[in-house]
Design a protein around this ligand. Structure first.
Ligand code: NAD
Length: 454
C-alpha cells in the first residue's frame, strides 16, 4: 500500500497490507498475551502507558512531521494534536484505578455483594485518519489499561502514524502479544470483522459504521461507533462582539481543514446580527493563509483525500444551482496537492446538500433565522446528533435551545471542542456508545457481580 503526501502528491512510503491469514496469526498471538496482561495490576499497566505518555512528548518532532506528511495537517496543528492526546492520556492515568477498582455495594451482613470489572478480551479498534492520535487514544489507552489486548487498525491515510504508535507502545513495555497493528484499507478492516473478537470499537463514517454494526450484530459482542456529524452553530441577536463570535465560528469550520467530526458544519444567525456576522466571517475567512502545511503560519493545508475535492465542489454546485450565493472560496488552488479554498455560502436552505450532508471540509452555509424557535427547529433537522453550539449573552436563553437538541454534546459560547472529563458520544447517525470520562473507562470492561454468603 502506497502512502501519499496530500500536499505534494508524492509517494512517501510503502507498507505491506495484512491478509486474512496474517490477521488470524495476530489474533492467536493476542489470545496468548491477553490473559497475562489482564493478570497484571492496573498500576502495572498504567505504568506502561505513563511511559508512552512521556514518549509522545520526547518524540514529538518526528511524530508531528509524520502526521503532517500523511494527512496534510498544518504542522502546528499536528503538535496541538499530540498535546491534546497527552492530556487525554493524563486523564486515564489519573482516573483509571478508581473506576476499575472493585466495589462493595453491600459490604456487611450475611450475604455481601461486590462488583469486579473484568476486561472484555481481545478487541478491535478500527480508526479514522483525521485525528489519529486523539481518536486512537480514546480507545486503545483505556482498553489496554482495562486489561484487554488490542487489534489496532489505523486508517490507510494515517498508517505511518499507526506504526509510530505501535513502536512507542512496545518501547513503553506493552507486549507485542497485547497490541497488534493491522495495515490496509477497508478490506483489512473486514478481515477483523470476520474474527471472533470480544468487542468492536470503530471511529469513522456513518456509512462504514452502519456496515460494521450489521456485520458484527450476530456475534453479540459490544460494538461502539463514533461517527460523523452535521453540527450546527447558532448566534443569537444579543451578542455584542460579533467579530469575536464570527472568528470562533470560523475556527470551528476550518480547523484541520474542516476534517473534524465535530467541526461546525452549518451556521444560523438571528436577523438582527446577521449582516454584521456574515461580513465579519467573510473578512476573516479571506485572511486565512492557505499553503504548505510544513510552513509556519499556514492555517489551511491540503485536504487529506483527493476524492473530497470533487465532493465539496459538488456540494457547492448543488447549493448555487438551488439559489445560494457563494460569497468566497470554493476554487481549487493552482498548485500540486489536494488544495481547495475555504468557502462560505449564504441564502442557503435545508433543500441543499451543504446544509444536510456531512461536508468534512472547509465549506459552510450561513442561514438567517428570525427566532430561537426557528433556529432550534433547523438545528434539530438532521440525521446526525454529535454536537451543537449556541452563542448568546444569556445562558438561560441558550439552555432552552440546547435542551431541545438530540445531541451527545452541547456548547454555550464555544464549539468544536472535546474534553476527557465528560463523555464523548454521538446520537442517531453520529454513533453508539461513548468514550472519555469514567464512562469511557468502563466501556472497555464488563462488570461481574459476586454474591458472597458466609
Ligand atoms: P471511514 O469510514 O472511511 O474509515 C474509517 C476506518 O474504517 C478506516 O480505518 C477504514 O480503513 C476502515 N474501513 C473502511 N471500510 C471498511 C469496511 N468495509 N470494514 C471495516 N473497516 C472498514 O472514515 P474516515 O474517512 O477514516 O473518517 C472520517 C469520518 O469519521 C467522518 O465521517 C468523521 O466525522 C468521522 N469521525 C468521527 C469521530 C467521532 O469521534 N465521532 C472522530 C473522527 C472522525
Amino acid at each position: 500500500m502506497q502512502i501519499i503526501n496530500p500536499a505534494t502528491e508524492e509517494i512517501i512510503g510503502e507498507v505491506p497490507e495484512d491478509t486474512e491469514t496474517s490477521v488470524w496469526e495476530k489474533l492467536n498471538l493476542l489470545r496468548t498475551g491477553q490473559p497475562v496482561w489482564a493478570a497484571k495490576t492496573v498500576e502495572e499497566r498504567v505504568a506502561c502507558i505513563a511511559r508512552f505518555y512521556e514518549a509522545l512528548d520526547r518524540e514529538k518532532t518526528v511524530l508531528a512531521e509524520t502526521l503532517t506528511s500523511e494527512t496534510g495537517k498544518p504542522l502546528q496543528q499536528s503538535y496541538n494534536e499530540l498535546n491534546g492526546a497527552r492530556s487525554r492520556i493524563r486523564y486515564f492515568l489519573d482516573h483509571s484505578a478508581r473506576w476499575l477498582a472493585e466495589e462493595w455495594p453491600v459490604a456487611e451482613g450475611p450475604t455481601r455483594e461486590k462488583i469486579v470489572y473484568e476486561p472484555l478480551g481481545v478487541i478491535a479498534n478500527i480508526s479514522a485518519w483525521n485525528y489519529p492520535y486523539l481518536v486512537g487514544v480514546n480507545v486503545f489507552i483505556p482498553a489496554l489499561i482495562g486489561g484487554n489486548a488490542v487489534f489496532y487498525k489505523p486508517s490507510e491515510f494515517s498508517t505511518l502514524t499507526g506504526l509510530h504508535i505501535r513502536r512507542l507502545l512496545y518501547d513503553s513495555g506493552v507486549p507485542e502479544n497485547v497490541f497488534q497493528v493491522v495495515t490496509g484499507k477497508g478490506k483489512a478492516g473486514e478481515w477483523l470483522l470476520a474474527l471472533p473478537l470480544n468487542g468492536y470499537f470503530f471511529t469513522g463514517s456513518y456509512r462504514t459504521g452502519r456496515l460494521i454494526a450489521e456485520k458484527v450484530a450476530s456475534k453479540l459482542a459490544p460494538c461502539q461507533l463514533e461517527l460523523g456529524g452535521k453540527d450546527p452553530l447558532y448566534v443569537m441577536d444579543d451578542i455584542k462582539d460579533i467579530a469575536q463570535v464570527a472568528g470562533a465560528a470560523l475556527e470551528g469550520v476550518v480547523y484541520n481543514n474542516g476534517q473534524s467530526c465535530c467541526a461546525v458544519e452549518r451556521i444560523y444567525v438571528q436577523e438582527g446580527v446577521y449582516d454584521a456576522f456574515v461580513q465579519s466571517y467573510t473578512e476573516q475567512l479571506r485572511k486565512l493563509v492557505v499553503g504548505d502545511p510544513r510552513e509556519a503560519g499556514t492555517e489551511i493545508g491540503p485536504l487529506s483525500r483527493p476524492g473530497q475535492l470533487e465532493f465539496l465542489e459538488g456540494q457547492i454546485a448543488d447549493a448555487v444551482g438551488k439559489g445560494a450565493k457563494l460569497l468566497y472560496g470554493g476554487r481549487r488552488v493552482n498548485r500540486k496537492g489536494y488544495y481547495i479554498e475555504p468557502a462560505v455560502l449564504v441564502d442557503v436552505n435545508h433543500g441543499m446538500k451543504v446544509m444536510m450532508e456531512e461536508s468534512f471540509g472547509p465549506v459552510v452555509g450561513i442561514q438567517k433565522v428570525s427566532s430561537d424557535a426557528e433556529a432550534a427547529a433547523l438545528m434539530a433537522d438532521t440525521e446526525y446528533g454529535l454536537t451543537a453550539a449556541v452563542y448568546s449573552t444569556s445562558y438561560e436563553r441558550a439552555e432552552k435551545v440546547m435542551r431541545q437538541l438530540n445531541t451527545g454534546t452541547v456548547y454555550w459560547n464555544c464549539c468544536d471542542r472535546v474534553s476527557a472529563s465528560v463523555p464523548w458520544s454521538g446520537r442517531k447517525h453520529s454513533g453508539l456508545g461513548m468514550t472519555l470520562s469514567y464512562q469511557g473507562i468502563r466501556a472497555f470492561v464488563q462488570p461481574k457481580a459476586y454474591h458472597i454468603r458466609g
